[in-house]
Each structure stands twice: as C-alpha cells, then as structure tokens.
Design a protein around this ligand. Structure first.
Ligand code: ASP
Length: 363
C-alpha cells in the first residue's frame, strides 16, 4: 500500500514567486508549481495531501502561534498519515524544528522540515530535490522524531542551525552527526534513532514567555541591559565567548546577571562558537556566571535552548526544576553525561588521587 504523507506549506522561499518587491509567497502558487513535477506522481513516491497555510509567511514572522498551529495540525492528522513534511522558510526553520521536538511528546512518526534557498519557480533550484527527498523520508523511513532535511543531510531538528545564507547546504548540526544522508542512496542511521519513552502522541502547547538572548561582545556596556533585567524576564540565554566566558575584570556583567538570578530568571549559557559547548567553571572568566547562578547549556544550539526554555517555562516548573531539566537530555538536544561537568571531572580526579594515595600507603 502506498504510504501517506501530510504536507504542510507554511511559506518560505520554496514556494515563492518573483514579484516587483522581490520573492514573496503567493496563494496557490506552490501547488501550481508542484503539478509540473512529474516525479511527484511516480509510483515510488508516497501519496501526499497538501495543506497550504493562510497567510503564507516568510519564516521571520513565525512565532509561538504558528508553532502551535503546525503542532495541532500534525496531532489532528496523526492517525491518518505515515509521516509529515513541513515546508518552511529557512531563516527560522531550526527554531521551529526545535520547538516541535519538545511540543510533540511521544512522537513515533517522521516529521521532516525542509525548504530551499532557490524557489521551485526557478529553472535551477534546490527546492525540487529537497521536497522529493523529504516526502520519501517521511513516507518510507522509520524515523520517530522531528528532523530537518536540507541539501544532502538529514539532521536531528533540535541540533540543527542555519549556517549559510546562500549555500545549498545551508544547515548543519555542528555538535552531532547527521542522522542520514541522501547521496546516490538515501541512508538513515538507525543506530542513532531517537527512542521516545512514550509512544502515544501528546501535544504540549507552549505559551508566550518572556525570554531574551544576549550575545556577549568585547566592550559590552552592561548598563544598556538594565531595562530588560526585571522580574518579568523568565529566561535568559547568554551567547558567551568560547567555552562560556564573559568579560569579568570589573564585575559589572556579573552584577547584572546576579540581579537577574535574584529575580528568578533562569540563565543558560551557550557558546557563540559553531562547535563545542559552554561549560561554566572551565575558565576563571566564567566565574561571574557561576556566582550569578547561571547554568551551562553545554553543546545545545541557541535555537534548542530558546525552544527548551519555552517548553519548561510553559510547563510551569519552578526555576530549580527548570535549571535541572535544561541540563538534562530530553529529546536528544544535548550531549550530556555526568562526566561532562567540570565539577564532576574534578571530583573524579580527586577520587583518583585518593585511590593512588591509599594504594601507595598499602605498598
Ligand atoms: N526569508 C525566507 C524565509 O525564511 C528565506 C528562505 O525561505 O530561505 O522565509
């Protein structure tokens, strides 16, 4: 029996047309373009149903409301389809992929986000292949999580990030191997498949949350942020230098973060580097963050950290639960074993030294 895929078009370059103001989405245009792609009606392709959203959006305009709309649409059609493809603008695709990975609790079917850098209407485009491969992945492969397919790689959605504004391999998961590749053959790495404890889909809807992202740069004037550090701010993601460092000599930033923490704001530190992670305590220059009660985001992308904050804050957990869960792997978004924390490494070193000492005594 032919597999069935539910295809959602939210907007984005893939289905845009050329207007006097530049590329813009147009009602019905994607469907018209798809009708010209013979391969889509091939017997090898799954059967698909297209739901074009109204209004079609450039993904810069996608927010919590649209995440909920997409997630509800998947929930409402979950039993009737084998998989789901979401056509989405590339600019915020990694945020939507991360958000859906948390919202769709107990997901046991493929949800594949894709889009393109060049629209279908252009002769030379990446849209056609991305669309066809995403439909094949959603229809024919045993994937039980939210993924992003682009170019030739299948990525875990909440590990992905947009790395190019113009290249056709626009996404990477910098701290995680791809889940699959589409070369001559489509290969999905089964060993790396995410295993969800629950297998009944339950939609958890985010609510709007007061969250901020702050990128640290040399010469940053902490006083500029005075106005955002209020009791209203529930979560703050800091994009710190390297492995989690901030300017520390005058203590001004630390003071601001301390005030945020005293207000109950959960402060998560990610790295502004593409690869690697933030581990507070590795350098003295991160002490200010430790003293302010900030937590390490380890190798989470900023997109995943933001989505996870939405998730945990919307669940209504208190700040100590959120701090703990932010550092716990919930959907494969973080590489986190006990062994990763600096404190744990130091503890192991001390234990080892103790062992050596007592062994020496016994000799
Ligand atoms: N601005 C577009 C969007 O994100 C870019 C794209 O789709 O590639 O909707």
């Amino acid at each position: 029996m032919k597999k069935k895929v539910y295809l959602i078009y939210t907007g984005g370059t893939i289905g845009m047309t050329n207007t006097v103001n530049g590329y813009a989405p147009k009602k019905g245009f994607l469907q018209q373009e798809m009708a010209d792609i013979k391969a889509l009606s091939s017997s090898e392709m799954p059967h698909y149903t297209l739901n074009e959203y109204e209004p079609l959006l450039d993904s810069s305009n996608i927010s919590v409301r649209e995440w909920i709309k997409i997630a509800r649409d998947i929930r409402d059609h979950y039993e009737d389809y084998d998989g789901f493809v979401i056509l989405h603008g590339t600019d915020t695709m990694a945020y939507t992929a991360s958000a859906l990975s948390f919202m769709l609790e107990g997901l046991a079917k493929p949800v594949i986000l894709t889009g393109s850098q060049i629209p279908l209407c252009e002769i030379r485009n990446d849209a056609r292949d991305n669309l066809i491969t995403a439909l094949l992945l959603a229809g024919n492969y045993d994937i039980k999580e939210v993924c992003l397919f682009f170019g030739t790689t299948l990525l875990r959605g909440n590990r992905s990030t947009k790395v190019s504004a113009s290249g056709l391999s626009a996404f990477e998961s910098p701290n995680d191997q791809p889940l699959g590749t589409a070369g001559v053959d489509i290969i999905v790495d089964k060993a790396r498949a995410f295993a969800c404890e629950e297998s009944t889909l339950k939609l958890f809807e985010f609510t709007e949350q007061q969250i901020a992202v702050l990128k640290i740069f040399p010469g940053i004037q902490p006083e500029i942020f005075d106005n955002i550090i209020t009791t209203k701010l529930k979560g703050l993601v800091i994009e710190a230098f390297g492995s989690g460092n901030i300017p520390s000599t005058d203590g001004r930033l630390q003071e601001i973060f301390k005030r945020a923490a005293d207000n109950g704001t959960v402060i998560v530190v990610c790295t502004q580097c593409l690869r690697g992670g933030a581990v507070i305590g590795e350098y003295e220059a991160s002490k200010g963050l430790a003293d302010a009660g900030a937590i390490s985001g380890y190798d989470m992308t900023v997109e995943a950290a933001v989505a996870k904050l939405y998730y945990l804050l919307s669940k209504g957990y208190d700040s100590s639960q959120i701090r703990e869960l932010m550092q716990t792997d919930l959907r494969g978004e973080i590489t986190r074993g006990k062994s990763d924390s600096v404190g744990e490494i130091r503890r192991r070193k001390t234990d080892l030294l103790e062992e050596i000492k007592s062994a020496e005594v016994n000799i």
